[in-house]
Every structure is written in structure tokens, then in C-alpha cells.
Design a protein around this ligand. Structure first.
Ligand code: 2BA
Length: 109
């Protein structure tokens, strides 16, 4: 048994859960926050048999899109006043960040 942890963008989350459920995978959704952008994202936990991991990854890959986000970064003004001006920086986010963990025991009571 494996636990697939997929961090995805909020905009892709509902489509992805629907697609995974349609293909027979069980999913738990967590509302999470990215440490860098400090904005919301979604973490999905999907418990599957070892042989199904590549199927899960394929679904995530098909649904989750790469997007560009513009974030303001504080930059010192060059005239020596010590003032900070927001300077826009572009970062690419997604499609998805995926961790695959071994599960020692799966117990359903
Ligand atoms: P965030 O930490 O908010 O990062 C959002 C995007 O900002 C990242 O997209 C990446 O393009 C950029 N970024 C992150 N840290 C950076 C840094 N130190 N310098 C420059 N750019 C940086 P993704 O790589 O697609 O990651 C999306 C989200 O997945 C992340 O949101 C974080 O919540 C999670 N994540 C990514 N890698 C992770 C890891 N190794 N461990 C835990 N969570 C991770």
C-alpha cells in the first residue's frame, strides 16, 4: 500500500477529485497554504495499491495545469532613502507536487 500526497492548486482541486473518484480512487482533501507564496493550495491524500500509483500520477498530471503567478517582492529604492518598493516577480506554480510514501499498515475499522 502507498500513500500519494499531491499538492495542487485550488483551481484544479475539484476537477481532480472528481476524476480520481470516477476512476475508483479514494481521496481526502486538506486545505493547505504554500510556504513561499503564503496563499492557499490543496493537498490530496490518496491511499492506493502499489501497482496503481502510476495511474494516480497520470490522472494528476492530466488535470493539473502549470500557471504563472505574479508576486510583489520588496526592493530597496536606489536613491538611498532606505524606502522599499514592491517589485513584481513571476513564479511558475504547479501542475502538482507529488510525494509517494510507503504505508506500513492500512487499518479500516
Ligand atoms: P509555495 O511554497 O507557495 O510555492 C509556490 C511556487 O513558488 C512554487 O511552485 C515554486 O515555483 C515557487 N517557489 C517556491 N519556493 C521557492 C523559492 N525558495 N524560491 C523561488 N521560488 C520558489 P511549485 O513548485 O509548483 O509548488 C507549489 C506548492 O507545492 C508550494 O507552494 C508548496 O506548498 C508545495 N511544495 C512544493 N515543493 C514542496 C516540497 N519539497 N515540500 C513541501 N511542499 C512543497
Amino acid at each position: 500500500m502507498k500513500l500519494v500526497i499531491a499538492i495542487v492548486q485550488d483551481d484544479d482541486a475539484l476537477d481532480l477529485i472528481e476524476e480520481l473518484n470516477d476512476k475508483g480512487f479514494r481521496v481526502t482533501k486538506l486545505a493547505t497554504t504554500g510556504g513561499f507564496l503564503k496563499s492557499g493550495n490543496t493537498t490530496l491524500m490518496i491511499g492506493v495499491e502499489k501497482e496503481k500509483v502510476t495511474d494516480v500520477v497520470k490522472v494528476v498530471e492530466d488535470v493539473c495545469k502549470m500557471r504563472k503567478e505574479i508576486i510583489p517582492t520588496p526592493t530597496t529604492m536606489s536613491n538611498g532613502t532606505g524606502m522599499y518598493m514592491p517589485y513584481p516577480m513571476e513564479v511558475e506554480v504547479g501542475g502538482a507536487t507529488i510525494f509517494v510514501l510507503d504505508v506500513d499498515q492500512f487499518i479500516k475499522v
